[in-house]
Design a protein around this ligand. Structure first.
Ligand code: BES
Ligand code: MN
Ligand code: ZN
Length: 515
């Protein structure tokens, strides 16, 4: 794990492998961002000219490496693009621009031990964004590379010679003795480490991460962080009548689990319940997914990973709010024991569901968890799920959809997501789509109209939420898993989508800012 330090050194005196400065897109070429003064001085005041000559424009995502001149105690300078200069003079750079620039620089520093980040800092929030971006950008999933490989070259991490992530981020321009900066650094470390924990879980192949092993990870983390963890195994699920979890899990040799994580604060006035879809592998079941649609389906537990990470982050930060996490874990596989299209399940709520498509399994496991969570009458329930391909069609690969039974709550979540730099968009729950799920045999079918499929899924979930409880549903099917080239602080694979939004929501709830 990459370490974070608030450095008292100046850019001119810091000993490290590299210094990172910010460069922005000005009207007449690249413009150096505040924080770069000492570095520019060492370049004889010509850093912007040199960057322009090298073709740098200051665009977002741009990273330019330069040999450092004499006078600096580092061999390399990295200019990280911040995008357009702020519109008004002396206006701060946006926190998401800082987060992304720090992330791009951290990725370019793979293999280095220590780097100083001299990006523009006007507040503790800026410092936090830079720290978060750097720690998230430095992430790498290497657990399955090298090690026991007898053919790996000597001294190399793996057969491809992959380098280790950046070892230490030294933040310059932050005030190490200032309370606000210390708290910001602490928060950045807790949140980034928990997002990286979620990423690790998502990236772990499904032959190693299945409901039982996921539950064991949660139990261990609970012990470490003072979170109460209860695991319902298959026997307990049968006894409790959890027909949704059992119906989805019955085709797999790895049985389903329902995990409850309870973080409590003695002075908490509010309780948030978070429910995560934890399909450790989604083959589609008997309604089998074709090749081309199943290669990344280890990511189908990203909602549960986000919920787990958020509860641990809340505990590490000691937030004055109770946060209960519910992980609905199952593996969706076809077999002689698997649920058939046409089967009827009796859910934990007592409702019956005709399973028309076994690939619409997320809503079945979530339904049981939502009903169970509702029994404890929390102040609000938020579920997070890689629920529908339709949401990816609607919003693309980087934006999650937000549905809710309360307009103000949906708006709050959307605003919070925006604030923490997560792209999201409010989606409706049109009542007319409900009749598409009418079943001649059961109370409801698990599939409705194809058009608006993401909203249909949301309407299905809504029926399993307790009366009078504020509820929101985040469909993260697009942003949960990134298949393209890394950008900013987003790596290939699991992203940890929704964790930042959920942690901020818990903080707002603790502060009494919501409902
Ligand atoms: N896990 C998938 C949704 C998904 C798709 C997640 C792409 C991530 C990327 C979900 O279980 C699913 O298969 N949904 C079906 C529902 C349909 C059968 C009603 C879908 O979206 O096609
Ligand atoms: Mn599915
Ligand atoms: Zn699924």
């Amino acid at each position: 794990m990459t370490a974070l330090t608030l450095s008292t050194a100046s850019a001119a005196t810091l000993r490290a492998d590299a210094l990172v400065v910010g460069v922005a897109k000005g009207a007449k070429g690249p413009v150096l961002a505040p924080g770069s003064e000492a570095v520019d001085k060492a370049f004889g005041g010509k850093l912007a000219t040199v960057l322009e000559a090298l073709g740098a424009a200051g665009a977002e995502g741009e990273v330019t490496k330069l040999p450092a001149p004499d006078g600096l105690k580092v061999p390399v300078v990295i200019a990280a693009g911040l995008g357009s200069v702020p519109e008004k003079k002396d206006e701060a750079y946006g926190t998401e621009a800082l987060r992304r620039a720090a992330g791009s620089a951290a990725r370019a520093l793979t293999g280095s031990k220590k780097a100083g980040f001299a990006l523009p800092v006007t507040s503790a929030e800026d410092a936090e964004a830079i720290a978060e971006g750097a720690l998230l950008g430095a992430y790498a999933f290497t657990a399955y590379q090298g090690g026991e490989n007898k053919l790996a070259p000597k001294g190399k991490k793996n057969g491809n010679g992959a380098k280790l992530p950046l070892g230490e981020v030294a933040l310059l321009g932050a005030k190490p003795r200032d309370k606000a900066f210390k708290a910001a650094a602490e928060r950045a470390v807790a949140v980034a480490e928990e997002i990286n924990r979620a990423r690790d879980l998502i990236n772990t192949p499904p032959n190693d991460l299945y409901p039982e092993s996921f539950a064991a990870v949660a139990t261990a983390a609970g012990k470490e962080h003072g979170i109460k963890v209860q695991v319902l195994d298959e026997k307990a699920l049968v006894k409790g009548g959890y027909g949704g979890l059992l119906g989805v899990g019955q085709g797999s040799t790895h049985g389903p689990r329902l995990v409850k994580l309870a973080y409590t604060h003695p002075k908490a006035e509010k309780t948030l319940a978070l429910v995560g879809k934890g399909i450790t592998y989604d083959s589609g079941g008997i309604s089998l997914k074709p090749a081309g649609h199943n290669e990344t389906m280890k990511c189908d537990m990203s909602g549960a990973a986000a919920v787990f990470a958020t509860v641990v982050a809340a505990a590490r930060l000691g937030l004055q709010v109770n946060v209960t996490g519910w992980l609905a874990l199952a593996e969706n596989m076809p077999s002689g024991n698997a649920t058939r299209p046409g089967d009827v399940l009796r859910m934990y709520s007592g409702k019956t569901v005709e399973v028309l498509n076994t690939d619409a399994e997320g809503r079945l496991v979530l339904a049981d968890a939502l009903t169970r969570a509702s029994e404890e009458t929390p102040d609000a329930i938020i579920d997070v799920a890689t629920l529908t391909g339709a949401m990816v069609l609607a919003l693309g690969n980087r934006t999650f959809g937000i549905m809710a039974n309360d307009d103000a709550f949906r708006t709050s979540i959307h605003e919070i997501a925006e604030e923490v730099g997560e792209a999201s968009w409010p989606m409706p729950l049109p009542a007319d789509l409900r009749k598409g799920m009418d079943s001649p045999t059961a109370d409801i079918a698990n599939m409705g109209e194809r058009m608006g499929g993401g909203l249909v899924a949301g309407l299905f979930l809504q029926e399993f939420v307790g009366e009078g409880i504020a509820w929101a549903h985040l469909d993260i099917a697009g942003p949960a898993f990134h298949e393209g080239a890394p950008y900013g602080y987003t790596p290939k694979g699991g992203t940890g989508s929704a964790v930042r939004t959920l942690v901020k929501l818990a903080e707002r709830t603790a502060a009494g800012d919501l409902g």
